[in-house]
Design a protein around this ligand. Structure first.
Ligand code: 13P
Length: 254
């Protein structure tokens, strides 16, 4: 069975609640009723307004991070149940900006994934090598370590909820997207890692998305690859016109 296609926008630390509402109102109507899965990962305070204004659409609203505890004395943190109550259906976990700037480890990300699943949020788990690791020929080693560290002990039901995103750090926000062939090579390897951990059947089920300088004119080439099931879009998701174009160009593939 062919896997579903996902287009996920990651707004990072951009857009207030009002801006989120204006943005969603400005999206192409066809995007809001799209047959493919269109997700938006928005800042915490924009989740509720974004979810409200998306009610009559097919858009799925989610968060960009959460804590691994159910609740507790963790000043400044946010719990999965709070995100869910605000209207989030999914959460990005292990984004390279969280790993590099905020020191998140695979072990910590794993705990967050477990919590997200318990709290009914679909985890979108990000992995990817940096420029130096690629230059040194360590890409596969890094991917395997991250995938294993983040996912290894999940059960089958949990794993069925996971979306994996391959985001090479050198391609994020640089305008230097991986070529479709290079991305496919990494995706095929990620799928192989999942097969080793959970078996071939699971590996065929898990959607693997590409992220890193995706633009309207590059998305189709990426999605034509066997193991690329969608895209995770940063900068180009901030403009409703450009994001609409990415979604519409994705719909026409596969
Ligand atoms: P850009 O699309 O801006 O390169 O960002 C990618 C990203 O980090 C998505 O999570």
């Amino acid at each position: 069975m062919p896997r579903e296609i996902y287009v996920i926008g990651n707004w990072k630390m951009y857009k207030t609640g009002q801006e989120a509402t204006d943005y969603i109102n400005a999206l192409d109507v066809a995007v809001k009723q799209s047959k493919i899965s269109v997700y938006l990962a928005v800042p915490f305070t924009s989740i509720h307004p974004a979810a409200q204004v998306s009610k009559e659409t097919h858009l799925v609203i989610g968060a960009q991070n959460m804590n691994d505890a159910r609740e507790g004395a963790f000043t400044g943190e946010i719990a999965g149940l709070m995100l869910k109550e605000a209207g989030a259906k999914f959460v990005l976990l292990g984004h390279s900006e969280r790993r590099r700037i905020f020191g998140e480890t695979d072990a910590f990300i794993h705990k967050k994934i477990v919590r997200a699943l318990k709290d009914g949020l679909r985890p979108v788990v990000c992995v990817g090598e940096d420029a130096q690791e690629r230059e040194e020929g360590l890409t596969e080693e890094v991917l395997k370590k991250q995938i294993t560290g983040c996912l290894e002990t999940l059960d089958v039901e949990g794993m069925k909820q996971v979306i994996l995103a391959y985001e090479p750090v050198w391609a994020i926000g640089t305008g230097k997207s991986a070529t479709a062939d290079l991305a496919e090579e990494a995706h095929a390897f990620c799928r192989q890692c999942i097969a080793q951990l959970f078996g071939e059947e699971m590996a065929e089920l898990v959607p693997i998305l590409y992220g890193g300088s995706v633009k309207p004119d590059t998305v189709a080439g990426l999605l034509k690859q066997t193991d690329i099931d969608g895209v995770l879009v940063g900068g180009a998701s901030l403009d409703p016109k450009m994001f609409s174009e990415i979604v519409l160009n994705s719909e026409s593939v596969k």
